[in-house]
Design a protein around this ligand. Structure first.
Ligand SMILES: *[C@@H]1O[C@H](CO)[C@@H](O)[C@H](O)[C@H]1NC(C)=O
Length: 288
């Protein structure tokens, strides 16, 4: 038995953002802390001028998030809602990997040079690696999930390489020195597969959750194998076919800015449609 385990997240509670992490927010993001939570306010606008990649115009939001200082582990991963699941150090929204049609957003939607785009409300967000932010530095803190756990880039100093989904648990995270963190990777599900900690319903939560069809699991992490992934109950529309990736370690443009000009499959129906609000089907799980 290791005494080290005492410091791990085994008792159901695990410390969240450190002061060092909090010091890294930029772009006017404000953080105030109470005894139990961090309150974060931001405009949601990135530092770069968002590219014109869909019919929506990026607009400043009035984000106010409240995340626990000590996230509590759920007995199993918590479902990801549609819409926002986390926030970058620039105060920009991180969304789950799905489109409104429950397809892989990174593969089927157009992104700007920083791998983000605005939704119908003008909320700029990332579904995949924020390529203008993640710069390959080891142990780079890049934001937090709404359950309170930090999100890091893929390059890990302890492994001396980039982590992949194989290094991570079903929620797309792991413990490092007794603290839990997520990693954003170039591969599905990019940011999170589920919430490791209990996430409060808060601003931006859309409440509904797309299910996988290949397992009985009720959260997205079961789609980590990328198999039958997709579709909430009652949905029949097909996802555009996904291109083959050359290897398991990222796409052809891995690690570079990606304007999506050549590798995104054509969307049936043509052009870029505005994102539709998610409509939960019967029996759709509501998150925490
Ligand atoms: C990468 O970004 C971090 C901040 O997130 C910064 O400290 C570091 O200097 C950057 N490294 C490079 C090579 O730009």
């Amino acid at each position: 038995m290791h005494t080290l385990a005492v410091f791990a997240c085994v008792v159901g509670v695990c410390a969240a953002l450190t002061n060092k992490e909090i010091a890294q927010f930029v772009n006017g993001v404000k953080i105030t802390s109470t005894t139990s939570s961090h309150k974060i306010s931001a405009t949601g606008m990135p530092e770069h001028t968002p590219g014109n990649v869909n019919p929506n115009d990026a607009k400043a939001q009035n984000y106010n998030f409240n995340i626990p200082k000590k996230p509590t582990y759920g007995s199993k991963g918590g479902c990801l809602p549609m819409g926002i699941i986390g926030v970058t150090i620039q105060g920009v929204g991180i969304f789950n990997p799905l489109t409104a049609e429950a397809c892989d957003a990174v593969l089927v939607e157009k992104m700007d040079k920083c791998n983000g785009h605005p939704d119908m409300r003008g909320a700029y967000h990332h579904h995949g690696v924020p390529t203008c932010l993640v710069n390959g530095t080891a142990d780079q803190f890049i934001g937090f999930a709404l359950d309170g756990f930090p999100i890091y880039g893929a390059m890990a100093s302890d492994l001396k390489r980039e982590v992949t989904a194989d290094d991570l648990d079903e929620c797309h995270g792991r413990e490092v020195n007794g603290k839990y963190r997520y990693h954003v990777t170039k591969e599905w599900p990019y940011f999170l597969g589920c919430f490791k900690g209990a996430a409060n319903r808060q601003q931006g939560f859309m409440g509904s959750q797309a299910w996988c069809t290949n397992t009985k699991a009720t959260h997205m992490c079961s789609c980590k194998d990328r198999k039958v992934f997709k579709k909430s109950p009652g949905r029949t529309d097909a996802c555009p076919e996904r291109p083959q990736r050359p290897n398991g370690n990222g796409g052809p443009n891995a690690g570079t800015n990606n304007n999506g000009a050549t590798r995104r499959p054509h969307r049936p129906g043509g052009g870029s449609r505005p994102m539709r609000p998610f409509r939960p089907g019967p029996g759709t799980l509501v998150g925490f």
